[in-house]
Design a protein around this ligand. Structure first.
Ligand code: HEM
Length: 420
């Protein structure tokens, strides 16, 4: 971890020193964020060559909305003198494609969002609901007679992988590869053999996605990939790199995020029978409860931005080329925005959480994620309502500041019957 001298115009009480990749930070993150929100909601961290860290709802919302000053794009050789770092955190992971939607800005980004909207609108997602329910129950059926299963590996990981592949039009037969790769890249330690193995599969998977796109280029259907192949911006079709980066962003966004959200929700409900009973007795609560779990866990904990021009924010002077981490998790636990912010309130309303981000880059898959998570949680409470979590054997991964989730979630329950 490299540190750098604090810039002269940063006041001493705005300087912080934590390693956001460390267990110490992650295990105490709520307390550290609460102290920062009080003391200095836009703070300067000297580690990793220096970056700003935004922890209040007001600062995070401001930065997320002002995409011109706080840029997303990844463009290390830009000709305007800004070293755009992209949004995947500090330091940026190597050997992975840039995010074709999350790390582009301006008119091209807007045109892409506009074009993709019909595939991810509430209406389009609602049409996918029966398929989601069918897959959720299918994976429960595989284990329901045994009375034990792993709610991550046997359930919350496969279902979103299959749904995302279906959305893209990708052949479903290979779902295991997609589910395992994205889960392992996030969930296992970066010095483990599983991680090396998962990363080693990325080029082959990218190749497979491109080959699939080539088949759609030759013979388009009505799926999202065929649509992107025909999409034009400024009179030109997308080149292979743009296409791959967009597909990669959709797959990476869709596959393991909802897995984490559902896994953390099910673990929590597994240890809080009162909340579980409320949802079972009053299913109308799912609508607000799903958003409350999104707020509370904020599985996409933080993302980064590049400052494009000198700007003052909350008493701090940020300079062109500075890097910023915005913490969705910290913003979502800000007492100034949410009463009883550290509690789960199933009927919380209004709930202006930023678990899906905010502004021009707000999560394009938010409707899909909400419905997927709700469907998966409800299917578990309907079919195995008395599940018990083997808490000693659950592992939450924390080292990646962009994402948290559970590696596994072993449970036991009263055996039941498969669906007829
Ligand atoms: C619980 C599940 C999910 C969470 C918590 C989540 C969270 C987020 C967040 C915080 C952002 C960044 C917003 C910003 O930088 O301002 C984002 C962007 C994005 N998400 Fe999601 N996401 C989830 C599910 C999904 C799904 C299912 C998809 C697949 C369709 C998806 C695709 C994307 C894409 C493509 C972007 C980039 C959008 C843009 O930059 O314009 N996400 N997501």
């Amino acid at each position: 971890m490299q540190s750098s001298p604090t810039p002269p115009d940063v006041a001493a009480d705005a300087v912080v020193d934590f390693d956001h990749h460390s267990d110490t930070f992650n295990l105490n993150q709520h307390a550290i964020n609460a102290e920062l929100r009080q003391r200095c909601p836009v703070a300067w961290n000297q580690n990793y060559e220096g970056f700003w860290y935004a922890s209040s709802y007001a600062a995070v919302s401001h930065m997320a909305r002002d995409g011109d000053t706080f840029a997303h794009k990844y463009e290390p050789n830009a000709d305007d003198g800004v070293d755009y770092q992209g949004e995947m955190g500090i330091p940026r992971p190597e050997n992975q494609p840039a995010l074709g939607i999350g790390e582009v800005d301006g008119d091209y980004h807007l045109a892409l969002r506009h074009a993709l909207a019909p595939f991810l609108s509430p209406g389009a997602v609602d049409k996918m609901r029966p398929f989601m329910e069918d897959r959720a129950h299918h994976f429960l059926d595989q284990h329901i007679e045994k009375g034990e299963m792993d709610l991550v590996l046997d359930y919350a990981s496969p279902v979103p992988a299959i749904l995302t592949m279906k959305l893209m039009g990708l052949p479903l037969a290979n779902w295991q590869l997609y589910a395992t790769l994205f889960h392992n890249v996030m969930a296992v330690p970066q010095d483990s053999a599983e991680y090396t193995d998962a990363i080693a599969k990325v080029p082959a998977m990218m190749q497979e996605v491109l080959e699939y796109a080539a088949t759609r280029r030759a013979k388009p259907t009505d799926d999202l990939t065929s649509f992107l192949i025909q999409f034009e911006f400024d009179g030109k079709r997308l080149d292979d790199e743009q296409l791959l980066n967009i597909l990669w962003n959709l797959i990476a966004g869709g596959v393991d995020t909802t897995t984490s959200q559902t896994a953390l929700t099910l673990r929590h409900l597994g240890t809080r029978p009162d909340l579980r009973q409320q949802l079972i007795k009053r299913p109308e609560l799912y609508r607000t409860a799903t958003d409350e779990f999104l707020r509370y866990f904020s599985v996409n904990r933080s993302l980064s931005r590049t400052v494009t021009k000198d700007v003052e924010l909350q008493g701090q002077c940020l300079r062109k080329n500075d890097r910023v981490i915005i913490s969705w998790l910290a913003a979502n636990h800000d007492e100034n925005e949410f009463e009883r912010a550290d509690e789960i309130v199933l009927d919380r309303s209004p709930n202006r959480h930023v678990a899906f981000g905010l502004g021009p880059h707000r999560c394009i898959g938010s409707h899909l994620a909400r419905v997927m998570s709700e469907v998966m949680v409800k299917a578990v409470l309907d079919r195995i309502p008395d599940y018990e979590v083997d808490v000693d054997n659950v592992h939450q991964y924390l080292g990646n500041p962009a994402m948290t989730g559970l590696s596994n979630l072993p449970v036991t329950f009263t055996p039941g019957a498969k669906r007829s």
